[in-house]
Design a protein. Sequence first.
Length: 260
Amino acid sequence: MRSVGISIRFLRVWQRNMTVYKKVWKINFLPPILEPLFYLFAFGAGLGALVGTLVYEGTAVSYIGYIAPALIAVNMMYNSFFENTYASFVRMYYQKTFDAMLATPLSIEEIITGEIVWGATKSFIATAIMLVVISFFGIIHFPHVLLLLPLAFVGGLAFSSVGMFFTAIMPSIDSFNLPIFLFITPMFLFSGTFFPLENLPLWAQKAALVFPLTHLVKICRALGLGYMNVSLLYNLLYLVLFFGVFFPISLYGMKKRLIK
């Protein structure tokens, strides 16, 4: 009789994805290396020359120093969300990897948990690479910034879970354009990534607090610029609760989709 629930066997799914990742590691390493260089050059050398400095926690910081931690947060979001939308959908629908796994003692819950944990791992790996690249610019503060590594995994769990939720309900791979347009793009633009939230109308500031990226950006910016504040625990708690809500929902949705 097939086991139900989650056991340590979900790590076999993680192991499978890691094995595939290592076979194409050169391709996977390029985006976390090149993306920060493109962004920092465009916004730092281009837009940064116009903006000059911003005030953060009562201290003037360069624009490039202001956005660099936010770009790390965006990197966490992208790597985990897209891994559990497009990549998971391909494994499920086109490659029939999930069907093959279901022919083993693995339960659906273990398969999906392994996928989500793998998405968080991709966030961790990409963040580590991006930190190495950005550190050469001298715009992030050690040792506080090292806390971004465990944060990348927590944030990755949150965005992987919501990504898997969309995978459960999207009828085709082309349908992912909808959550990207209505969910990812607004967060990218209005979560305090490129300008302070205080510049927005009050209603927009409050609406932005619903976005998990807003809370991730706040923590990343504080750690990246060397500030520690007790209020960051609230932002961390929001990410944990976000994961706590969407993780069981994604499990339920994927179970409903895979069992006909």
